[in-house]
Design a protein around this ligand. Structure first.
Ligand code: GRF
Length: 190
């Protein structure tokens, strides 16, 4: 059974989708730790409600940065929990060394666009502002760049006339919730 660590800063709907896939027997895995840099993040509440172990990554005073000390603490917590694969699920800090080195080739991210199009923040807004007719989501391995690692799986989502950033994001999230567990399964089989 694959042991997963999940990192998120927000709502945690992707963590929930992974958990649902596990509970419904679609993914032979276990979430061993849910970490957040945001004490208010709903992902922590979801995890607690599900009886999962949680931890807070203390990045106070570091704005959007992910300081080396905090990355080391995160790596230690994940290792102590026995995590084999780390899933970023709406985690808003850029993972670099030393966390990358602690789990080489074993950190996944989900991004709300068809990478390499629209990396970075608010990808759904970028797509709408661009007048694109299609976007989607991507699960990829994390490297030291911003949304640049090798792609594991993608799903396409149409952009409809009248779409706003919010309506597009909602449609993309439906696909994300299907795609992330499938991509984890794909990685697990390798
Ligand atoms: C998702 O759209 C994901 O692609 C992006 O952040 C969002 C997280 O949503 N990286 P949630 O916290 O899983 O609901």
């Amino acid at each position: 059974m694959l042991r997963l660590g999940v990192l998120g800063s927000g709502s945690g709907s992707n963590m929930q989708a992974i958990l649902d896939a596990i509970r419904e027997g679609r993914l032979n895995a276990e979430i061993v730790l849910v970490l957040s840099d945001n004490p208010e993040a709903f992902i922590l509440q979801r995890a607690k409600d599900a009886g999962l172990p949680t931890a807070l990554i203390d990045c106070r005073g570091y704005a959007q940065k992910f300081p080396v000390e905090a990355q080391l603490e995160t790596a230690t917590a994940l290792r102590d929990a026995g995590a084999e694969l780390v899933c970023l699920a709406g985690f808003m800090r850029l993972v670099k060394q030393p966390l990358l080195d602690a789990f080489p080739g074993h950190i996944l991210n989900i991004h709300p666009s068809l990478l390499p199009a629209y990396p970075g923040l608010h990808a759904w807004e970028q797509a709408v502002d661009d007048g694109a007719t299609e976007s989607g989501c991507t699960v990829h391995l994390v490297d030291a760049g911003m949304d640049t690692g090798p792609i594991i799986s993608q799903a396409r989502v149409p952009i409809l006339p009248g779409d706003t950033a919010a309506t597009l994001h909602a449609r993309i999230q439906i696909e994300e919730h299907r795609l992330y567990p499938e991509a984890i399964l794909k990685v697990a089989k390798k």
